[in-house]
Design a protein around this ligand. Structure first.
Ligand SMILES: [Cu+2]
Length: 289
């Protein structure tokens, strides 16, 4: 009976650990997911003809306004008030500003009526649209109201893959440390086994995260802040090596059936701090400071 009870308590503790890792992954994803609900044009409002140039400001990693009604023949100006470079790139490939550095502007004259959806290449979460209407007629077929959810598509670009893969390491390594600490505290060998597996998974998946990061950098060229990216890429590459060594160390401890030493726990703690710093650099590049 006592053994049954013990097993039940173990399962409860593991469930709590799993819940924590799920919460951390969800939190890391909550920001981009806000952009998933894109409000489609609801009743396009024709505005009086204006010769004034329309302006879109790029600020806080977003286009402001995200939706702008213009007329064919008008010139729209994009002004970058951010600390990082952005692009104005048509989703259908019909135009691309190239990199617009902080403080710079880019202009484009609207030729035809229609909806022009665009995004920023280094920051795929930066999306916006221009609705070009001719005369006072609302654009035909675009006056419908309602929401449209984008279809679920598998991640293909490094800008999507890198942030997804990062979550695994960000969850696995701190949880492995927590599991080892709890294992020592509660004298539960299964918690040590869980920790050894988590360190191994982190060591396997992190090289893929690194590859996606290098791929991203090769695509984004000079769009990423040079100082941040230099530290981020080399710290990340070092962490790939450190995780591999850490996994070997952890498995040797595991094979000897032993409890991890204080030395191992302190070293893992330092690696977790480096990982947190690495995450803050990545966040600064994608979302700004
Ligand atoms: Cu951007």
């Amino acid at each position: 009976m006592k053994r049954l009870m013990r097993g039940w308590i173990m399962r409860q503790r593991l469930a709590i650990l799993l819940l924590f890792s799920a919460v951390s992954v969800t939190a890391a994803h909550s920001r981009p997911s806000l952009n998933l609900l894109v409000l489609q044009s609801s009743g396009v409002q024709p505005v009086a003809a204006s010769t004034a140039e329309a302006q879109v400001v790029m600020k806080a990693i977003s286009f402001q306004p995200a939706e702008l009604t213009v007329h064919p023949g008008e010139t729209v100006e994009w002004k970058n008030e951010d600390i990082v470079a952005h692009t104005v790139t048509a989703n259908d490939g019909s135009f691309d500003s190239g990199l617009i550095q902080p403080g710079s502007t880019w202009k484009m004259t609207i030729k035809n009526a229609g909806t022009l959806e665009y995004h920023c290449r280094p920051h795929p979460n930066m999306i916006a649209k221009l609705i070009a209407v001719s005369g006072t007629q609302p654009e035909p077929g675009k006056g419908n109201t309602g929401f449209r959810l984008p279809g679920l598509t598998p991640p293909r670009s490094p800008q999507e893959l890198h942030p997804i893969l990062v979550n695994f390491t960000a969850a696995l390594l701190p949880l492995a440390l927590l599991s080892d600490l709890l294992g020592r505290l509660l004298k539960r060998p299964p918690l040590h086994s869980a920790a050894a597996w988590m360190v191994l998974y982190a060591a396997i998946i992190t090289p893929l995260t690194g590859l996606a990061g290098w791929w991203w950098k090769s695509q984004a060229a000079g769009a990423l802040p040079p100082n941040l990216i230099t530290v981020h890429q080399w710290l990340g590459t070092s962490l790939v090596v450190v995780f591999a060594l850490l996994a070997m160390w952890r498995w040797r401890i595991q094979k000897q059936g032993g409890v991890p030493t204080i030395g191992y726990l302190i070293f893992t703690g330092i690696v977790v701090l480096a990982l947190i710093y690495q995450g803050s650099l990545g966040g600064a590049m994608v979302f700004g400071r």
